[in-house]
Design a protein around this ligand. Structure first.
Ligand code: GLY
Length: 340
């Protein structure tokens, strides 16, 4: 397997972007490994975990909570996991977030790696080191930033990926295109799900392009003091909607991106909302929604990008160019309440 060593501020991650989970034993000593996965992945790929210490979680964002962390820690204790143990999260974003978080706190920190099994986890959730859990309706309120030792892509997992998960993944791909990559945006406009589902090489190139894009942004600003904030495009409103309205992450940020485009029209002179809306719709994502503005604003105020009475909101000046704009909370509340 070809390895790329990616350096972060005080650690590095080995990327295997054309990998096979069966080859994991070439890069890690299995007797020290505990796999963490969820029931969906386990059901389809049971044989891959045969004879291995494996913790199987219930699937879904509602289980990305402290109670699941406690249950995992109980199982690690029962398995006599120690500081030599490596946790390997095999799954989507919930599995990778929770694996990274448990590994960051168990015995004050043990090694961990990821085999992301969804498009969203490959291009986004597994990259960047942020991990954590939700607290009530507040997404990712508790967590750490700690990089995995390795990330391995095995595209065979995508053969069992449901359509809803394809849609989720493309929301983050559209986001990357909007904030950083106008050529990628055009590629998304010119193609469709069918192209990417049929042409494996085109899909591999798309996933790698997005993996590299996100990795470069994180490398430039690992602890999110500036540029990395761009990756939150669509997420401020999206996160406020996600757990309140039981939307998938992709659906929630898609609505968030749509409204961020309209806010951009007012504040940056952005003129291409309809192109963004068309691409989101093309990949099966929702754009406009009716929601309780006041209730959503109350949750939105707790977003981690708030600094006292201002919010660092991510807007677009044009497609491929995201910008960070500081908006007073009062003004943001007014803009949102006036939107239909
Ligand atoms: N784990 C996702 C991120 O760091 O952005």
């Amino acid at each position: 397997m070809k390895r790329f060593k990616i350096n972060f501020s005080n650690s590095s991650t080995d990327y295997y972007l054309v990998g096979d989970i069966a080859n994991l034993k070439k890069i890690i000593v299995f007797k020290d490994v505990v796999f963490i996965t969820d029931e969906n992945v386990f059901r389809y790929h049971k044989q891959k975990f045969k004879g291995r210490n494996t913790i199987v979680l219930k699937p879904g964002e509602e289980f990305k909570v402290q109670a699941t962390v406690d249950a995992i820690i109980e199982q690690l204790i029962a398995m006599e996991a120690d500081r030599k143990t490596t946790l390997i999260g095999v799954g989507g974003g919930v599995v990778t977030d929770i694996t990274g978080y448990v590994a960051s706190v168990y015995m004050r920190g043990i090694k961990f790696g990821f085999v992301p099994t969804t498009i969203l986890a490959m291009v986004d959730a597994s990259i960047g080191g942020k991990n954590g859990i939700d607290v009530g309706v507040y997404k990712n309120l508790v967590g750490t930033i700690r990089q995995p030792s390795f990330i391995l892509h095995d595209h065979k997992f995508l053969n069992t990926l449901p359509e809803t998960e394809w849609i989720n993944g493309f929301a983050e791909i559209v986001k990357h295109a909007c904030i950083k990559d106008a050529a990628l945006f055009r590629q998304l406009e010119e193609n469709s799900f069918k192209t990417f589902q049929k042409k494996k090489d085109t899909l591999r190139d798309l996933i790698q392009r997005n993996t590299v894009l996100k990795t470069k942004v994180v490398q430039g600003d690992e602890f999110e003091k500036g540029e990395r904030r761009l990756l939150n495009f669509g997420h401020t409103l999206g996160h406020a909607l996600e757990n309140q309205y039981e939307l998938s992450h992709g659906q929630a940020i898609s609505i968030g991106m749509t409204y961020a485009c309209h806010i951009s029209e007012q504040l940056t002179g952005f003129k291409e909302t309809s192109r963004v809306v068309n691409v989101l719709n093309k990949y099966g994502l929702p754009t406009y929604a009716s929601f309780d503005k006041q209730k959503v604003f109350e949750v939105l105020k707790m977003d981690k990008k708030r600094e006292r009475k201002e919010m660092n909101y991510i807007l677009l000046s044009k497609i491929g160019k995201g910008i960070i704009q500081t908006i007073p909370l009062k003004k943001l509340e007014q803009i949102l309440s006036e939107m239909s």
